[in-house]
Design a binder for this molecule. Structure first.
Ligand code: NAD
Length: 542
């Protein structure tokens, strides 16, 4: 960052002034992933895990208006691989805290909204640098709090760094003079202004990348945030709130407000002083929140913006021209990475009849070889699911799946009866699943793959599109005409050919889904920041 950044931190300037003070920035590039076969990196991660264990049980207060507040009520965060281990606990807010939080955030908005874009971007860039330095410590928290394997945790942290770097640059781009058609005798100008105070509600499955990404995008535009972290992963959120403050975010701009959806979720969403909501999570919660946010409350002076990214029932199609080994590899990586708990996870494989048996066999061989175990073990490829609730939900679906299709592999818990050994479920394949089966339509969010047979490629696409969702999808084929047909007809926000369907890269593969997968906000893309800004046009005749 250039020296100019310090001078840019001046107050009282017009927000989004076209006279942008510049930051010397290299072009955005994705953060490299760690190669844990390198002994030094392996040791560094091992040491970070030890430090994380040393912090088990630590208590984190709320952060409201720049003050740390304890409430007497706590939310405990457990290690899914060893649920008797308390990773940490956070103070639980009630409605009184939520009311106070909104008021304090609006107070902070008066100042933060007037920082120059360069100064705000500077906070994100410093946060990225700090996060890069401490990346294994953040990843270690993800290993224990979310049961992410080393590789998955490292990818989550790298993506969080990407969001900070990318959105900082985007804020600077949007602060430039915006192109308008010239009109003789008039000067026309368009500037992007922040909306105000919004509520950010992230899911637990990318508790660093998505939660920090949404928060950073909202903040860098000059908005203030009330962050209600997911109750299963609040510790990593508490850590990044501290990180942003260490990077220079003024106290009060970001409120840390853990609490139950029932107690404070609806309250924040319905509150007349909430200007917008950035939500990522399930279809059930997202649609409820969308409806509630639409109602204009007494005293409310705006229509609330709602960005809602929801679930998926993502499919990979394999035809007879495909490289079947590559297809099997991609299906297994997409279905079982992070125990299938990704919105982008492949939960359906749709395979043409001629290669059906062959693909099922290749997928089963690779799935059987996956190593199940505690996330802290670097050799583990599949760890525990997030908690007891999700564990029971997945097991219920396995019962349904046994009735609806043919169990090829797995289908059982992999857990000690005394309950101490973690919420493990065997990676499962259910084949011969009919098109109208529940497990072909409902998001399971666990290590369960349904395999469906298609008669021809057109049929495969019809089956793929036979869902209320439309998030990710994939095709393994060598036939160019079929790939082009899929490009035109496969109704998903993120479509992949001849590769896995998870792991979208910030900047390269903006992410968001169609239909009931959400508002297609394309996180990590050039359309994202504007969702939290409003454009003002000033026309001067001379
Ligand atoms: P969830 O809907 O249960 O919870 C999401 C968030 O909403 C959490 O922070 C939760 O505490 C909060 N919440 C719950 N009730 C609330 C209420 N009444 N008011 C306000 N907030 C409330 O989802 P989850 O289990 O955390 O995450 C998994 C889901 O997220 C899956 O469906 C997955 O597909 C989806 N997801 C989607 C994307 C995407 O980009 N489309 C990315 C990741 C996850």
């Amino acid at each position: 960052m250039s020296r100019k950044d310090n001078s840019a931190r001046t107050y009282g300037q017009t927000p989004y002034s076209p006279q942008l003070e510049t930051l010397m920035l290299a072009e955005f590039a994705n953060e490299p992933l760690t190669d844990f076969t390198v002994p030094a990196d392996r040791q560094a991660m091992g040491a970070a895990l030890e430090r994380a264990r040393g912090e088990f049980g630590r208590a984190w207060p709320l952060a409201i208006g720049g003050e740390r507040v304890t409430t007497g009520a706590w939310i405990e965060s457990f290690d899914p691989c060893q649920p008797d281990r308390v990773v940490g606990r956070v103070a639980a807010a009630d409605r009184g805290h939520a009311e106070h939080a909104l008021n304090a955030a609006w107070q902070a908005f008066a100042d933060w909204s007037r920082w120059t874009p360069a100064a705000r971007a500077g906070v994100l860039l410093r946060a990225a640098a700090l996060l890069r330095r401490q990346k294994h410590d953040f990843s270690a928290t993800l290993v224990y709090e979310a049961a992410k394997t080393w590789v998955e945790a490292d990818a989550d942290t790298a993506e969080a760094i990407d969001f900070l770097e990318f959105y900082a640059r985007e804020a600077l781009r949007l602060a430039e003079t915006q192109p308008l058609t010239p009109v003789a005798g008039e000067h026309n100008e368009l500037v992007y202004l922040p909306l105000g105070v919004g509520v950010v509600i992230p899911p637990w499955n990318f508790p660093l990348a998505i939660a920090l990404g949404m928060t950073a995008a909202v903040l860098v535009g000059g908005n203030c945030v009330v962050l209600k972290p997911a109750s299963l992963t609040p510790v990593i959120a508490a850590r990044f709130v501290d990180l942003l403050e260490a990077a220079g975010l003024p106290p009060g701009v970001l409120t840390f407000l853990p609490g139950s959806g029932a107690e404070i979720g609806d309250f924040l969403v319905e509150h007349p002083r909430t200007r917008f909501i950035a939500f990522t999570g399930s279809r059930a919660v997202g649609t409820r929140l969308y409806e509630r946010a639409a109602r204009v409350q007494p005293g409310q002076r705006w229509l609330k913006r709602v960005v809602a990214e929801l679930g998926g029932k993502d499919a990979i199609v394999v035809d007879e021209t495909a490289d079947l080994d590559a297809a099997a590899e991609g299906i297994v990586a997409s279905a079982y990475g992070f125990q299938g708990q990704k919105c982008s996870a492949a939960s359906r494989a749709i395979v043409l009849g001629a290669v059906y048996a062959d693909v099922v066999q290749r997928v089963a061989e690779r799935t059987e070889a996956l190593r199940l175990g505690p996330a802290e073990d670097p050799a583990t490829q599949v760890a525990a699911v997030i908690d007891g609730g999700q564990y029971r939900t997945v097991l219920d679906y396995l019962d349904v799946g046994r009735r609806e299709g043919r169990l090829v592999l797995g289908g059982e818990p992999a857990r000690e009866p005394d309950g101490s050994a973690g919420w493990y479920i065997q990676p499962t394949i259910i084949a011969d699943v009919p098109e109208d089966a529940r497990i072909a339509h409902e998001e399971i969010f666990g290590p369960v793959l349904s395999v469906l047979r298609a008669t021809d490629f057109a049929h495969a696409l019809r089956v793929a599109n036979n869902t209320e969702y439309g998030l990710t999808g994939g095709v393994y084929a060598r036939d160019r005409r079929r790939l082009e047909q899929a490009r035109a007809e496969f109704a998903v926000g993120n479509l992949y050919f001849n590769r896995k369907i998870t792991g979208a890269l910030v900047g390269a593969q903006p992410f968001g889904g169609f239909n009931l997968s959400g508002t297609d906000s394309k996180a990590g893309g050039r359309d994202y920041l504007q969702l939290f800004l409003q454009a003002k046009v000033t026309v001067e005749r001379f």
